[in-house]
Each structure stands twice: as C-alpha cells, then as structure tokens.
Design a protein around this ligand. Structure first.
Ligand SMILES: [Zn+2]
Length: 422
C-alpha cells in the first residue's frame, strides 16, 4: 500500500476514533450519573420478584418507568407480561433489539440485606433484576441522546425465561410467535447475563456455542403392586427405577463421544407408599443438556433404548415424555467479533474475558433462531466483599457496581451496531 493511501486511511480513521471516544466519554458520564437510580431500581425489582408468567408488578413498573422517560411506543401484555418499547433515533439507521428477562425463581432468600425479597419463596436468584435495570438504564441514556442516535432501538422485556409452568407458553418462544421480532424487524439482538464467575467490571465473551440446549423429561416406570413380603407376586418399580437411573448415566459415559459435552441428570424420583407395599409406579424427572442438535436427538433415542431394555428385562413398562425447552445459545462469528471490539474499547481489553461455554440454558436462543443475536456475560462478583454465590442459589447477590458497567457496555454496543450498518 502506498504511503499516501495509508495517510488517507489514518486521516479518515482518526475522526471516527475520536468520535467513538467522545461518545464513550459521554455515555460513561451519563451512566455514572444514573448510579443511585440504578441501585434503587435494582433493589426494587429484587424486593418484589415474581415467578415465570406471573410478572404482573414487574411488567407494570417497567412500562411506567419507560413512559416516565418519554417513551410513547410502549406495548404491554406481550406474551402475557412482556413489554416492548421502540425508540426512533434522530438519524436514520437500522433497528437493533435488546432483551432483558424479567422472572425470579422459586428460591427462598437467605440474604440479610435491606433489599431482601418480600415475596416468600421467590427470589431474583439469576440476576434478572440486574438485566431489567441495565436495560432501563440504557433506555434512559438513549432517550437523552436520541437526536444523534443512528437508528431505532427495540427494547424487549421478556417474561418466563426460567421455564413456564407446565402447559403454559414459555417467554421467548411466545414473544417470537407474537412477532416481536417483526415491524420493525431488528437487524440484530443483544442481551447480557450476570455471571458470578467474573468480577464486577469484567465482561465475558464467547464465540459460537455459549449455553447448552435444555430438555425436560418425565419417565413413568410402571410395575405391579404387591405385599412387600411377597415381592415375587409383583413387579417392583423402585428396583427397576434404580437400575434405570444408573443405566441412563452410561449414555453420557459410554455412548457419546467424550469430546462432546452432555449432561443427563435425573433430578427427582418419586414413588411408593409405605415400607410394606411394593409400589405400582415410580416417576423420574430430569434434564438433558447438549451443545448441538444431532447429539440432542441421539440422546432422546438412546434414552428410549435404555428405558425399554431395563424395564422389559424386569417385566415392567415405561413411558417417556421429553419437552424441548431451549435450543443451544450460540453467538454467530461476525457479530461476536464485532461486539468484542466494542466491549474492549468500552471497558478495556484487560476486562474482557474469553469464557468457556457452560451447561446452563437460555431461551435467548429462540430470538437467535430468527435474528442474529449475541449474548455476553456481565461480571457481578466481588471476592473481597464475599459476593461469589452461584446463580440460582439462596444467597445469590451482585456487586451493584456492575450496573453502571452494564449500562455503559450495552449502550456502546447498540450504538456501534447501528453505526456499523450505516
Ligand atoms: Zn437467567
């Protein structure tokens, strides 16, 4: 390349870099000013957690806050308690969507903090209180900078991420069904998730598969009732179920390539009446996690094979129901790499950590099926202060420092995605 061309390119790049830096500084200043408000919002959500598809108050608070910020296009009642708001920027550009999930978990809070959950038996143990707060923070910043915003942002607040009660529609799938990803149709969708494995201030990043697929299964093993003292007159489903649980483990250990990560867990066994009765049936409940669709289908087939073999060997029978809950959450290559550059510029290269895929699951994958989508981790731990509890535990907490970091990062990422598509 000729020197003159190099000079021209540098001359063209300098104003862009300077503009990014000036915008990052402005976003950082605005996010910093929001700090007390973010903490207050997060604590409010934390005190009033609601279960999947029951997010009535949460939905109301989100819609009220958006309207108070000046949002006029706010749709409620989407997929039951979901909220979708659209903000058109002052400059033309693409539509970029953001997603925050809204539900808490059936976990009893053990933390003794001023913002302890006021709904007994329910807790924001997965950080969805943080996700909503960050998204509302981004909503506020983008509204303040609206005249210069080079595109349209669609804010998606999604209910029922943690698994809807049986027979009810799950959040993301229902939102897609209700055409949340249409009119206006986003060019990309972004989401973040709290991660207690990373310190507040850090962001985590994965290209390709990030979170597993998840399926829920129910097995019913049917035997024959008898007096416990005459076992030969019955068929004992407790014994058959015990064998079945162990045999199912050999799918992971002996039938699937060790390089292919799989989880097959029986989380619950239920059956029997008392000590001197051979039960008539035993029920198992469990989960399957994989990182690709072929393995997922293979496991379903192998489970039938194993259950059929074990039960028929004892004269028992079974039925198996598998519910496909979530697909693999996977960040597509170009989008992931572009987002990484934004992240590194905003929080500094040292604070962007490349993380391994984990076997948790997310229904963000439903949006990724219809729109290029990127999810990243927001570090929330603070080892010095002892904030390290794992997701879904009774003492899960976050370092609220992460709120400002999340707002800064997400605002910058959205803006960059809009600029890129110009
Ligand atoms: Zn979650």
């Amino acid at each position: 390349m000729k020197l003159t061309w190099v000079c021209v390119l540098i001359a063209l790049a300098i104003p862009a870099v300077a503009a990014d830096a000036a915008r990052d500084a402005e976003v950082a200043r605005l996010a910093e000013a929001l700090r007390p408000k973010l903490v207050e919002m997060r604590r409010d959500f934390h005190m009033y957690p609601e279960l999947s598809n029951r997010e009535e108050r949460t939905s109301r608070v989100i819609a009220e806050r958006l309207r108070a910020l000046g949002y006029t296009d706010v749709k409620t009642g989407v997929a039951r308690f979901g909220v979708v708001a659209v903000l058109r920027g002052g400059r033309p550009g693409p539509v970029i969507a953001l997603r925050a999930d809204m539900d808490g978990l059936p976990v009893n809070e053990v933390l003794d903090v001023p913002y302890k959950s006021k709904n007994p038996g329910v807790k924001h143990a997965c950080g969805h209180d943080v996700h909503m707060t960050v998204q509302l923070g981004v909503a506020e910043l983008l509204m303040k900078m609206r005249d210069r915003l080079p595109g349209t942002v669609k804010l998606v607040f999604q209910p029922a991420e943690e698994g809807a009660p049986k027979g009810e529609a799950a959040g993301a799938r229902q939102m897609v069904k209700e055409e949340v990803m249409e009119r206006p149709k986003p060019a990309a969708i972004f989401a973040l998730h709290t991660n207690p494995g990373l310190e507040a201030g850090q962001l985590g990043f994965v290209t390709g598969p990030m979170l597993a697929s998840a399926d829920r299964f129910w097995v019913r093993i049917v035997g024959k009732k008898a007096h416990a003292a005459w076992p030969h007159l019955g068929i004992d489903p407790v014994v058959v179920a015990s064998e079945a649980v162990l045999a199912l483990q050999t799918i992971r250990s002996r039938r699937i390539d060790p390089q292919d990560p799989v989880v097959l867990t029986v989380g619950k066994i239920e059956g029997g009446e008392r000590e001197n009765i051979i039960a008539s049936e035993v029920r198992l409940l469990g989960t399957i996690r994989t990182f690709n669709e072929d393995t997922r289908s293979q496991i379903h087939r192998l489970m039938r094979e194993v259950l059929s073999g074990v039960t028929s060997a004892h004269g028992a029978s079974y039925d198996l129901e598998i519910e496909r809950q979530y697909a693999v959450t996977s960040n597509p290559e170009p989008l992931a790499q572009q987002t990484r550059l934004s992240m590194e510029r905003i929080v500094g290269k040292v604070n962007v950590v490349v993380t391994k895929p984990v076997s948790g699951a997310e229904d963000f994958s439903e949006f990724q099926k219809v729109t290029p989508g990127m999810m990243f981790w927001l570090g929330v731990a603070n080892r010095q202060r002892g904030i390290t509890a794992a997701l879904h535990t009774a003492d899960y907490d976050v370092d609220e420092e992460a709120l400002v970091v999340g707002v800064k990062a997400m605002t910058g990422i959205v803006w960059d995605a809009m600029e890129r598509a110009q």
